[in-house]
Design a protein around this ligand. Structure first.
Ligand code: GLN
Length: 483
């Protein structure tokens, strides 16, 4: 048996049945990482010693017949913008190349307390800004399905590590689609829950009102199991509220297709007007057929405000980014220039100029501009109003429908050397952004891999705190595809 082929819940079963030990599993994963990762480049750093030590502890706990969590002994990778105590955290940037986290993020404490095995930290676009991992200082993460293509982003390392069996589950972050889009490109499941479900304490902020951690997994059941562990209100993050529906009982057996009966799906008509890759379109049409044949209702729905989605997102997100990035001042931590400087102003400029890549600089400049005294009213405040309008119109949609339906991305995974314009790149986030704009839960579910060997993700987005309905429908859809 190849242990890295097992899903997390199969690992949990196997450990309980004593089919193998946690140390066996951990060894097998590191063997695979060593054989695979020079090519894929999913990991920025690995934690073999800590992971092996933890694995031995977990094996002992099994011997002692302690009551253990569902993720006990499961090998996990962590996006490198989440703090793990005494381990480097680069955020994919030269700015933090040598930074070591002094504490655990709350979600990491929860994983450690539940005996998950953290294997290492995985690649991302610099400070999570991008959709390909091409903006990472540590180079692109290749797509395990096709090594000439990107893994997507920004949590490309998370998706690639799960797809290449270099981790059983991964934790990513999602500000505008960063968990779901790479999952779609790499043929795995990616989910972000309702905003506030998981504490952001120890998760590097990109745009605080949009950011939420999420899970990349091999199937919906694994994702649900992990969400259940890391969910929860945390007094260290004032915006965290917890989400008890992630603690609900889910049925993983039986006629899961039944979950789709009578569920109402809405496809925003604006989404179909844009340029969609014909392969993506074909798979999306197949998905609609699958849903309908299992008793779901699928209709199109008009939301005018979605026309302004990309512009609104970029104004608000860049505003928040420019303010968040100001903490990297090279005084307390971060890259410090080696060149001569004569005053602190010069030191800031040189250090930040050297430490940040182009995408980060671009967003800082745009964000600073739109938040400046002369322009805040015209841009930032107006965008806030449009966000309100989008929330209102999406609420109207959810008065008549349960789930918004679309492909996760309008395109297939890009070729690593392809030249896509910035506007095309930003446009390609259209389907994932609504969930972050309104704080809703959203999941990308892979269609079976086609003849071209590439993956297309189908995205379900439900209203805030309807995570349970979302995940139940996802279980139903996943099961229907297996038939
Ligand atoms: N691709 C989007 C962006 O670049 C989303 C990034 C994210 O979710 N972190 O803004």
């Amino acid at each position: 048996m190849n242990l890295t082929e097992l899903k997390a819940w199969e690992i949990a079963d196997g450990l309980r049945n004593k089919d193998f030990s946690c140390e066996d599993i951990t060894k097998e994963y590191f063997k695979n990482i060593k054989a695979t990762d020079d090519e894929i480049n999913a990991y920025i750093s690995t934690m073999e010693d800590e992971a092996t030590k933890k694995a031995k502890e977990v094996d002992q706990k099994f011997v002692n017949r302690e009551e253990l969590s569902e993720i006990a002994g499961v090998p996990i990778s962590i996006k490198d913008n989440i703090s793990v105590k005494n381990v480097g955290m680069t955020c994919g940037s030269k700015m933090l190349e040598n930074y070591v986290s002094p504490y655990d993020a709350t979600l990491i404490s929860k994983i450690k307390n539940s005996d998950g095995i953290i294997l290492g930290k995985v690649n991302l676009d610099e400070f999570a800004m991008g959709q390909s991992t091409r903006t990472s200082y540590f180079g692109v993460t290749k797509n395990p399905l096709d090594l000439t293509r990107v893994s997507g982003g920004s949590s490309g390392g998370s998706a690639a590590s799960v797809a290449s069996r270099e981790a059983a589950i991964s934790i990513g972050t999602d500000t505008g689609g960063s968990v779901r889009q790479p999952s779609s490109f790499c043929g795995v499941v990616g989910v972000k829950p309702t905003y506030g479900s998981i504490s952001r304490f120890g998760v590097t902020s990109m745009a605080n009102t949009f950011d939420q951690a999420g899970v990349v997994a091999r199937d919906v059941r694994d994702a649900i199991t992990m969400l259940n562990i890391i969910e929860g209100r945390d007094e260290k993050d004032a915006t965290s509220v917890g989400n008890s529906c992630l603690k609900s009982e889910f049925n993983f057996k039986g006629d899961l297709e039944e979950n789709l009966k009578g569920v109402k799906f809405a496809i925003p008509s604006a989404f179909l007007d844009m340029d969609i890759d014909p392969i993506v379109k074909g798979e999306f049409e197949k998905a609609i057929e699958v849903l309908k044949s299992n008793g779901a209702i699928v209709e199109s729905y008009k939301i005018d405000s979605l026309k302004y989605l990309i512009e609104t997102y970029n104004i608000l997100v860049n505003g928040e980014i420019s303010s968040n990035m100001s903490r990297f001042d090279s005084v307390r931590f971060g890259h410090r220039t080696q060149r001569e400087f004569s005053n602190i102003e010069e030191m800031y400029k040189m250090s930040r100029g050297e430490g940040f890549g182009n995408e980060v600089k671009r967003r800082i400049m745009i964000g600073t501009h739109i938040l400046s005294l002369d322009y805040a009213k015209d841009y930032y405040e107006k965008a806030q109003k449009v966000r309100g309008l989008i929330i209102k119109e999406m609420n109207d949609l959810y008065n008549s429908f349960d789930i918004m339906l679309c492909p996760t991305a309008p395109c297939l995974s890009l070729k690593i050397d392809s030249e896509m314009s910035l506007t095309e790149m930003y446009q390609s986030d259209l389907y994932t952004i609504p969930a972050n704009m309104i704080g809703a839960p959203s999941i990308s579910l892979p269609m079976p891999i086609g003849e071209n060997g590439l993956s297309v993700g189908i995205e379900f987005t439900a209203n805030r705190f309807k995570d349970k309905d979302l995940l139940n429908a996802a279980l139903g859809f996943e099961r229907s595809l297996q038939k």
